[in-house]
Design a binder for this molecule. Structure first.
Ligand SMILES: [Zn+2]
Ligand SMILES: [Zn+2]
Length: 228
């Protein structure tokens, strides 16, 4: 019984919990959904809904080329990635949706290496602004994007367009992506090295303070020299 319940939790067969919220972190019915959206208390993933505004969608009057959209998105991705990786912790994945529907458009999902970093990020990000708009951040149940993104869209074959219920990712240029993750790795390695060096210094200071020689030294220092 318990096994059966666990196996249907968050799937389409689950009549209580919303499978879309569980898999995608967002559902088109929002708060009016007839099934439950169970917000996680712990999760390595942070969702910032509607944070990226695709300039091609924002202005109907002026035409924005694909090239301009890519430049705009790369700048957005680099900005956000750098700030989050420096302030809150190691990022495993950062995915942005380019769907047209309100509940997915511009959603940013950041999967952290540690749950505690995600928790801290939610606290801080909710007090921040991006391009003049207050940021909303929440923990998201999504931790496996393979269940959430649209495979057909990645192959250029999705027939649902911008209103598809699965995530349509907008990708940063591959060279930018690589350099961001590489520099994050280098930064983390350096942090670890510095922490280790710091710990070793502390440890050798403690050993010096506790060593029997230090007692002898201090006694010696307090003893008046006979030839004084
Ligand atoms: Zn729902
Ligand atoms: Zn699709």
């Amino acid at each position: 019984m318990a096994d059966h319940l666990a196996s249907i939790y968050g799937t389409e067969k689950d009549k209580v919990n919303c499978s879309f919220y569980f898999k995608i972190g967002a559902c088109r019915h929002g708060d009016r959904c007839s099934r439950k959206h169970v917000k996680p208390t712990f999760s390595p993933t942070v969702l910032m809904p509607n944070l990226y505004r695709n300039p091609a969608r924002a202005s109907e009057s002026t035409r924005v080329s694909r090239h301009e959209v890519q430049d705009d998105f790369d700048a957005f991705y680099e900005d956000l990635f750098t700030e989050i990786a420096l302030k809150y912790g190691e990022i495993e994945e950062m995915n942005v949706c380019d769907n047209d529907s309100d509940h997915l458009a511009g959603n940013v999902y950041v999967l952290f290496h540690k749950e505690s970093d995600a928790e801290r990020a939610v606290e801080h990000l909710n007090q921040r602004y991006y391009r003049g708009q207050p940021i909303h951040a929440e923990l998201s149940p999504v931790s496996d994007f393979r269940e959430a993104y649209c495979r057909l869209y990645e192959m250029g074959e999705c027939t649902h367009g911008g209103f598809c219920n699965f995530m349509h990712f907008i990708h940063p240029s591959s060279s930018l992506r690589r350099s961001l993750f590489d520099s994050q790795d280098a930064y983390r390695r350096r942090l670890r090295r510095e922490r280790r060096a710091h710990r070793e210094k502390d440890y050798s200071r403690q050993r010096r303070d506790r060593s029997p020689h230090s007692d002898v030294d201090s006694r010696d220092a307090g003893t008046p020299r006979s030839d004084a």
